[in-house]
Design a protein around this ligand. Structure first.
Ligand code: GLA
Length: 768
């Protein structure tokens, strides 16, 4: 909702409001951002009154001796007029760099798509505030969009040159917001390959903190999402401000705390090697930054972003649409497979209740290792006689849908594509190009490259009955042919133009975003692809941390996770299939292990998991996710997903302790006045888990790791504890319900909880 009175603008969502003001010198400043207010009179002014200019600060001009841009909560900052914060907007015209934009007008209009860039949908109106730099004939248009029900406000900039001289944009942060510091801390998400999205919290310090990607991709190093948390806040309580950017390339988030205890926050494209020249009448558009506020802690803030991504970011056709349970052959076979192997995997997958079979890397050209074939998107019929069409038919016969992996933005030198078009790769023409996984990036600024990528993907999709495509991107950018241009930006816009055509032409193909896992996990990619392979790390305990990081700003529906082999590829950590399911089920579930190697017991376990997932699927994929406890703080992690009358709580243990403390099942968001049936998901306890202790119950002696125990435990297991009962909402919300005593050296029975190192349990709650 938007209202305007005199020089004030009030933007309101369901629970938040933003107040902007045009001050006496025509500067656009933020007066308030926080809980919803119903009228401008209620707005507590944020801007401190400054009747005089202190010390070394500068007056705006001779007439306005009491106005210093350094004290204002500016909606954007430019250098050279006394605002000594890091500028959010840096422009030049020839050698001139001082730009003094002042308010001119505003208009309210129907939201439009940002040219070339993904644009969230669902805003009712768009408010455009225009500021002018008269001396240089430059126009700055600030676009504000309100996503009312989701409690998100979006902003992007449009810069217009109306002068004969070239106007250069050096930096243009999409958003700047000034807040007062209340002992705030900053939570950002850093990482690396297979270790993405680690949340890190640190108190704000005077000076400036930058969270930035300069790799060409939004990157696994620093996700564009971050939040500011007021002192004393936690997952359920306290004021939090969140920020994200709808963009997939280089980005920069800046948090500056000044001596007046003002926090200046910026979110936008990175100024690294950036410069965009605008000729007369040319426009430049930044991506949209999206901010939200909650007084209900980091979970409260997360719910806003969960709704925003589900309702306004992912393509509308996928909104609330149930996602299939996939099988992916990558960790099972890597490049080494043939049609017989794939068919045997399909048969097993179908018998287990899996719904879609994904053929990963290695099916095309000479792709028998990662040195060959990228760019040659034709099926290798030596490996797969009859091609993809015949494989998709096999799948169909078995009741499975069929999906495929592609990495369309890349080429290997050993490919027909590169041999025909060596000039298509990104290279500076001077140095030997830097290699990443033996491959090179195609230059997506070129129209012929965009057409090639579009044609490659659409030909594959048309060649067989394909309903899913995993779009990978396995290297960072290097060897830029140009610096101090809009190279990085134009490359991302080139990619978006291809994605736009593809999702429009294939609306019912489920695209899954992937970039060596989470190297390009952002709102830009999610605008086209409704789900994302979060990480190449399929170790369930590493995955849990990655999910927790993602959950600060993204919903369950975008998190694709797979149950992999018991021994993790990445860490060699051994965990049970059930522990893996307890983590992988929080989001979109899949399996990625050699199904031909499963024991009869493994198959029974997986069938049980799939049945359980199908029973609760809308909750797992579209429920609201709450973080209840985190390994960051202790030995236990707990996560809840909630929708209307039901919830599932996942509880996880890092390391088992002797003489452990009591445990309780607690939840949030339930109805205090109602009662809930709660029930643990039965898990399988392997006999081998007991080692030599199994002899205390066995009629014959079983040697630990011996042939007999291996044979028996391939078919038989022990049941986990049974926890079932009725509890009031009040009890679950406050003290919690006591869980069974934990195993401590003795006493295995149906009343003893044996979770163990890196173990988990799921508890379903249903309102009566
Ligand atoms: C990347 C992906 C993996 C897999 C391989 C195939 O690493 O993240 O899931 O698809 O590529 O080469």
């Amino acid at each position: 909702m938007f209202t305007q009175e005199k020089d004030y603008f009030l933007f309101s969502t369901a629970t938040t409001s933003l107040v902007l003001h045009v001050n006496e010198v025509g500067k656009l400043v933020c007066e308030y951002y926080g809980s919803r207010i119903s009228s401008l009179e209620e707005a507590p002014s944020l801007t401190s009154p400054h009747p005089f200019i202190q010390g070394t600060s500068l007056a705006y001009d001779e007439k306005h001796q009491n106005v210093s841009l350094d004290y204002l909560h500016n909606e954007f900052s430019t250098p050279g007029k006394g605002d000594f914060h890091a500028p959010s907007l840096v422009l030049s015209e020839g050698q001139e760099v001082v730009f003094d934009f002042v308010y001119d007008s505003f208009e309210v209009k129907t939201p439009e798509k940002i040219p070339g860039l993904p644009t969230p949908h669902g805003a009712k109106e768009e408010v455009v505030i225009t500021c002018l730099e008269k001396a240089r004939k430059a126009k700055l248009r600030l676009h504000y969009l309100v996503y009312e029900e989701e409690d998100v406000i979006g902003r992007y900039l449009e810069i217009v040159n109306e002068n004969e001289a070239v106007l250069s944009v050096h930096k243009a942060a999409s958003l700047q917001l000034c807040l007062l510091n209340h002992g705030d801390s900053l939570v950002s998400l850093y990482g690396a390959w297979a270790n993405e999205l680690n949340p890190e919290e640190a108190p704000l310090r005077h000076g400036r903190f930058l969270n930035e990607s300069m790799s060409g991709l939004s990157s696994n190093r620093h996700n564009p999402f971050f939040l500011i948390k007021e002192k004393g806040g936690d997952a359920q309580h306290g004021a939090c401000y969140g920020f994200n950017l709808v963009y997939s390339g280089n980005h920069q988030e800046s948090v500056e705390l000044d001596t007046f205890e003002v926090v200046t926050i910026q979110s936008g494209i990175s100024p690294f090697l950036f410069k965009k020249d605008l000729a007369k009448e040319e426009h430049f558009y930044t991506p949209m930054a999206v901010m939200s506020y909650s007084k209900e802690g980091t979970n409260g803030l997360s719910l806003h972003y969960q709704d925003f991504v589900n309702d306004c970011v992912i393509p509308s056709v996928w909104k609330g649409r149930i996602r299939p349970i996939v099988y992916n052959n990558w960790e099972a076979t890597m490049f080494s497979f043939n049609k017989a192997k794939l068919t045997s995997l399909m048969k097993e997958a179908s018998a287990l209740g899996i719904e879609l079979f994904v053929l990963d890397d290695g099916w095309f050209g000479e792709r028998n290792d990662d040195r060959h074939g990228l760019g040659d998107w034709e099926c290798n019929t030596k490996k797969i006689p009859g091609g993809l069409a015949s494989l998709s038919k096999e799948a169909k016969k078995l009741g499975l849908k069929f999906g495929i992996w592609m990495e369309p933005e890349m080429v290997n030198k050993a490919s027909k594509c590169y041999q025909a078009h060596p000039d298509w790769i990104i290279h500076d023409g001077v140095h030997e190009p830097t290699e990443g996984r033996h491959q090179y990036l195609l230059d997506l600024r070129k129209k012929e490259v965009q057409d090639f990528v579009y044609a490659s993907v659409s030909n594959v999709l048309n060649s067989a009955d394909i309903s899913y495509l995993k779009w990978d991107c396995n290297r960072m950018m290097s060897d830029f042919p140009e610096g101090y241009t809009s190279f990085f930006y134009d490359d991302v816009v080139g990619l978006y133009s291809v994605l736009e055509r593809l999702v429009e032409d294939f609306p019912n193909v489920l695209f899954e975003n992937c970039a060596s896992g989470g190297n390009r996990f952002d709102l830009g990619m999610l605008s086209y692809f409704p789900q994302s392979w979060l990480s190449d790390d399929t170790d369930s305990f590493q995955r849990l941390t990655i999910q927790a990081g993602a959950a600060y700003g993204y919903p369950l529906s975008v998190m694709s996770n797979h149950v992999a082999a018991k021994t993790s590829n990445q860490l060699l950590r051994l965990t049970s299939l059930d522990s893996k399911f307890d983590v992988a089920s929080f989001g979109v579930l899949g399996y990625e292990l050699d199904l031909n190697d499963l024991t009869p017991l493994d198959k029974k376990i997986i069938q049980g998991q799939i049945a359980y997932y199908k029973e609760h699927r809308p909750l797992f994929q579209f429920g609201h996710r709450y973080q209840l406890a985190s390994f960051k703080e202790g030995n236990d992690e707990a996560v809840e997903i909630l929708a209307k009358d039901e919830a599932i709580v996942g509880r996880y243990e890092k390391l088992q302790k002797p003489s452990p403390e009591e445990a309780r099942l607690t939840a949030v968001g339930l109805d205090e006045k109602s009662h809930y049936l709660y029930q643990s998901r039965p898990e399988s306890l392997s006999m081998k888990k007991f080692g030599h202790l199994v002899n205390m119950a066995s009629p014959i002696h079983l040697k630990e790791e011996g042939f007999l125990i291996n044979t028996i435990s391939a078919r038989h297991d022990l049941a986990s504890e049974v926890e079932k009962g009725m509890a009031s909402g009040t009890a679950l919300l406050s003290g919690g319900v006591a869980l069974a005593q934990e195993w401590s050296g003795v006493g295995y029975s149906s009343e003893v909880r044996l979770v163990g190192d890196f173990g988990g349990r799921l508890y379903a709650l249903k309102k009566r």
